[in-house]
Design a protein around this ligand. Sequence first.
Ligand code: ATP
Ligand code: MG
Length: 572
Amino acid sequence: MEDLKTPEEEKPVRSLNFIEEIIEEDIRNGLNESRVHTRFPPEPNGYLHIGHAKSICLNFGLGKRYNGKTNLRFDDTNPVKEDVEYVDSIMEDVKWLGFDWEDRLYYASDYFEQLYQYAVTLIRKEKAYVCDMSAEEMSETRGTPTRSGKESPYRSRSAEENIDLFARMRAGEFPDGSKVLRARIDMASPNMHMRDPVLYRILHAYHHRTGNQWCIYPMYDFAHGQSDSIERITHSICTLEFEVHRPLYDWFIREIGIYAPRQIEFARLNMTYTVMSKRKLLELVREGNVSGWDDPRMPTICGLRRRGFTPESIRNFAETIGVAKRDNIIDVSLLEFCIREDLNRRASRLMAVMNPVKVVIDNYPDDLVEEMEAVNNPEDESKGKRAMPFSKTLLIEREDFMEDPPNKFFRLAPGREVRLKAAYIIKCESVVKDLKTGEIEEIHCTYDPQTKSGMPESNRKVKGTLHWVSEKHAVKAEVRLYDRLFTKENPDDLAEGETYKDYLNSDSLKVITAMIEPAILNERELIPGVSDKFQFERIGYFSLDKDTSPGNLVFNRVVPLKDSWAKTEKVK
Ligand code: ATP
Ligand code: MG
């Protein structure tokens, strides 16, 4: 596992967030012998996304901060939507983020027998009953927030009859949907969750862990709080929508008579230009709008990983946004800022040309190849230098040349000079165009041998500095340029009749062929996920994709660069 020391841990101490304040208060009061024990409780019905990452960082972060423990628990109560594929991916993602549940991996399905017994306890106390109403009848009699519901005609069944019926439900005597077990609370409660909620349903479905052992399954609400109680979680941290469920969870704990965790709600993470619901992400995958859960445009952890995000950048993002009590939406550019900051420190620099045009140095010897010295990472001297071959025919970005430029264009133009980074100052003498299209085919230049970079006499200053590669030495690579997946800042905020898919960005992926300096081939371990992240100078951060095969390099653009070589970048 990677070194866990992250920038946030080097930053000055920040003030406590509201959850830490509650926890510190509980520690001072000696609640639960001052233990801190949290959990991350995903339902294995999809891949994790950046919102989950926030919850992971929060829960595991608190465990670490207070010398406590954090469990990983799969809330696997819905066999129809769950799958081991998701279980495996979730474990991989939590580990990759840099967290460790040690020997505390749990499944709500491990508690099915215990939960069944809890239900029997409630039945014995006449706090639960078997109801034969159909789903439609139940929803019809539930009432509305302002109008009481109607009590079920089965509500007065005796405890004995209910225990018998519940046992026969478990034994498989009844078909799906024919009966449910309901709590007996209050059909007039202003809180709809308290109106005799369903605790168990009949579902003759294969479960990825318990197989065909069960044909009744507890509802999420009946499993979640009790699972926390069984694991003696001290602080059950969940998102705001569970605030209204809290009275129900408290009721279960009290009526069953078991240990009570403290539930604390925080605002879920929303991010601009993306959707975060697992249902929608699954839909994008199924309908082929993206190439899979790990498509680099997805907000999933595996998508971000494939795109080239680092665990450090995501942890730093989670720390920076903090925790809020009210729903909000975070600008995706903050996440981009975090990865830029991290890769600026760690990524090796290389020169690569995305949209090449030929530069011929007329006064340079035809067959000469010089080795220029280029710095691998100006932020980290220990990364050293590399050699870049320089020859008569070079490639530069087409955008770095203008035939008829405005005054403030500090790049190449007829009669003007620029420095080729780590090499010479060149001057544009003439251009060769395609006679039919008028497109520039070659830019003819002369170089000044006195200006070789690093030489004492090379101090002559010019305003522009360009990146370049030597044409005959450059290596071809497929480069995938990503843009936001949606064109709308909040694709969940829709008018009547719209769907979030109306706002899919049709230009979110552009594939180009770039020319990269040959040092890319010297990278000892050019393996996705290992030594795979680079800054292509003046362009952005790029990460080797898993589609790379021998002789065929594939890169993802992680983020474009900003603020680099600011002088040349001002003109656009
Ligand atoms: P669903 O809406 O399908 O229930 P979910 O996003 O709540 O999905 P879970 O697997 O239940 O998914 O989530 C696991 C944990 O992650 C929960 O504790 C939940 O509170 C937290 N979580 C989920 N989405 C976010 C988010 N956007 N921001 C912060 N935490 C989140
Ligand atoms: Mg959930």
